[in-house]
Design a protein around this ligand. Structure first.
Ligand code: FE2
Ligand code: FE2
Length: 370
């Protein structure tokens, strides 16, 4: 059975899926049927009708793991040309990391010391760039330029995790090791039957149970390698544990969960939620941030989530966006206090800069990919 929980209707955020019909508290009418994924329009309507009470939603972590499935069937393994605003050095490192990850996942054998060395080289290159400027790599991650989920996810989790680690004060080798853990965290998916990993749709309960075992297999593949230290191993083997103890594979809770695993968990959930899949559109950065924020109390590390949302450039400068007004534009800057509502230079109107922190009724509706 999919796990569900009951929440106040006022606490609903985009991305959550209703497990039961949402009923009008006064008339008893079904307002939104079970199975619907909540979006901004639903929230506006509920607000307009002042609907009160509680509703039942699916555990968002289940949604994330379902999104974890499917690596090959839905796509090949290519990378879209990156926008010209991204500098040559960053572009080269990103493409080289993608090639290294592709080689690792395609090799049908155990990762050896040489394999770890190659991945570490990629982790060092990414980390050094993030230490120099933490705003450049998230700008690529947001574009989801790699068309294969498993590869794209591994690279993006490494980028988000290393950037969050930098904002949390991690330095030098520790930061590089966290980045490496991000690149390797789902390597155990190689041991899950292809028909489950490649399934272009939500998993059944049984398939979901099998998919969960990827954490154990990741651990098994890495545990005997000399160059993988205990911190990296803990980060990888605990990345699906939850603060309230309801995660897996060891059912750890609270302080039992390694600090690096808490970092990976945030990066993992955020990337999974914001990626498009063949059967479901990914959430926009601000919607993904709301779901992550909504699951902090019992799943994720609250203090780290706050840093992630406050500091991370979830709409990096240079991102092209479409707005609810029908216009398109480019992110030019942010207010520190409201990073999810950036300032947009409107296309074709050089005199107009729209400040979304002031224009509260205008929303970003899509990220425009070149
Ligand atoms: Fe995972
Ligand atoms: Fe993952």
């Amino acid at each position: 059975m999919i796990k569900t929980f009951t929440i106040e209707i006022s606490k609903l955020v985009p991305g959550l899926v209703l497990a039961k019909d949402l009923i009008h508290d006064k008339t008893g009418a079904v307002l939104i049927p079970a199975g619907t994924q909540i979006n901004q329009q639903h929230l506006k309507r509920l607000h307009a009708f002042a609907v009160k009470g509680r509703c039942v939603v699916n555990d968002p972590q289940y949604l994330v793991l379902n999104r974890d499935a499917s690596g090959g069937a839905e796509a090949g393994a290519t990378i879209r040309p990156l926008p010209s605003t991204i500098n040559e050095q960053t572009r080269k490192i990103y493409i080289a990391t993608f090639e290294t990850i592709k080689k690792l996942f395609r090799k049908d054998q155990n990762i050896d010391e040489q394999g770890v060395k190659e991945i570490m080289e990629a982790a060092v290159n990414i980390s050094e760039e993030i230490i120099r400027d933490p705003y450049v790599f998230p700008q690529i991650a947001v574009l989801k330029a790699i068309d294969n989920y498993t590869y794209s996810h591994s690279v993006n989790v490494a980028i988000y995790a290393a950037t969050l680690a930098k904002f949390l004060g991690y330095k030098d080798q520790a930061l590089k090791d966290i980045c490496l853990a991000g690149l390797l965290h789902d390597i155990g998916k190689m041991d899950i039957p292809r028909e489950i990993v490649d399934k272009p749709g939500p998993l059944t309960h049984q398939e979901f149970m099998t998919m969960k075992k990827h954490v154990y297999y990741s651990y098994e593949r890495l545990k005997n390698l000399k160059s993988i230290n205990n911190n990296i191993l803990a980060a990888v083997s605990q990345h699906h544990e939850k603060i309230n103890g309801s995660g897996y594979f060891q059912n750890l809770a609270g302080v039992q969960i390694h600090d690096w695993a808490r970092i990976l968990a945030i990066a993992d959930v955020y990337d999974a939620l914001t990626t498009d899949r063949v059967y479901r559109e990914g959430l926009l950065p601000h919607e993904g941030a709301e779901v992550v924020m909504g699951s902090v109390l019992d799943h994720l590390d609250y203090e780290k989530v706050k840093v992630f949302i406050r500091q991370m450039s979830l709409y990096p400068v240079g991102t092209k966006v479409a707005l609810s007004t029908g216009e398109t534009g480019c992110v030019v800057s942010h207010h520190a206090a409201s990073p999810l509502r950036p300032i947009i230079q409107i296309d074709g109107r050089p005199d107009i800069r729209l400040d979304l922190s002031e224009e509260r009724t205008t929303f970003i509706t899509a990220i425009v990919k070149d």
